[in-house]
Write a protein that binds this ligand. Sequence first.
Ligand SMILES: *Cc1c(COP(=O)(O)O)cnc(C)c1O
Length: 411
Amino acid sequence: MSTEQTSINPIESLADLRREFGEHGGVNMSVEASTTFTVMTPGTMPEMFQGRKAAPEGCYLYGRHFNPTVYNLSAQLAALEGCEAAYCTASGMAAISAALFHICNSGDHIVASNTVYGGSYALMHDFFPVKANITTSFVDMTNLSAVEAAITDNTKVIYAESVANPTLRIVDIPALAKLAHSRGIQLVIDNTFSPLLLRPADLGADVVIHSMTKFINGASDIIAGVVCGTQELVQGLMDLHTGPLMILGPTMDPSIAAKISLRIPHLALRMVEHARRAQLFADKLAAFGVNVAYPGLSGHPDHELLRRLRCADYGYGGVLTLDMGTEEKAHALMDLLQNKYHFGFMAVSLGYFDTLMSSPSTSTSSEMTEEDMTCAGIGQGLVRMSVGYTGTFEQRWTQLESALREMGAID
Ligand SMILES: *Cc1c(COP(=O)(O)O)cnc(C)c1O
């Protein structure tokens, strides 16, 4: 890797994708509502079940397997992530568990980041060992020698979030990919926090996952996920005997796929504005001496790394954190911001058009043990903000400043 990212803006590959028009020439694709599909000759069906005929060549079998509308959205996500193939799922957790179940068998081992989404942590820390005899070592992903030291003969996956939740540490995807591939291991990256900003597959990741519930959908009204990778991966996920998507069945509904496809075209505009506002807030907060973490600040430990890996059109992402020191102060700030100043909402999740605020230690990371939380640097006073773009920036800053002043956090 040279010093500056040279990859194209991901939106360009999406624009190159063939448009799917509606059945009657509509500008939007039609929703394929059928769960089953006719075949023209009796011989076709055995061929399909033997895997010799399949989507996307126009042979669809059954809605839990592949659906044309879901398939179309999946092709858009594959283009966005620069992957050969992708398939959408009913949730981000479905995408994560299916990808890991596909790569790992009983007895296998995962090396995972110690700062991951609470559900992903529970999956690997609690669920997998009991239900599937798959074990995980959690390590500091920013420490390559710690990652290397955790690898065993049974390690099949290195798992990390491109931007860690909620610490906002960035992982060095090219370095991790190099390490993983030298040991015959696959690098799986959850890119939920940084669609468009980072394209992990270009940087060497083998599998890229999104919870589309967040930025990609952007309206906090849909739960959805996607797994992106090779054609072989997607076929494996749908294998009639051992494919975790086919067998466990966390299928995306085609009407959901159609809805999300209408939000993809303005994803870039939204990501630009989320990031622009987050940077403005972070700069002002830092200037006032507030303990703010944002990768766009030159003092952030991974500022240079992200600058090198990112697509610069999307700034440094739409999430920042404030450390208020104690849980009481974190809660008091959020209370003021929501109930007195109407700055945003106390709610988990991210990527919404309004600002969402949560205290990770008592919500989205509460699955973690206290010790693991301390290790990962998730303080009790942390407030995570997914910065929205409603209202004017000046209006929002006045609200935030007033609340911080009232708290005595700035003078
Ligand atoms: C929300 C989230 C998930 C889980 O996604 P769901 O769509 O809620 O299943 C996974 N990873 C990250 C980083 C998330 O923020």
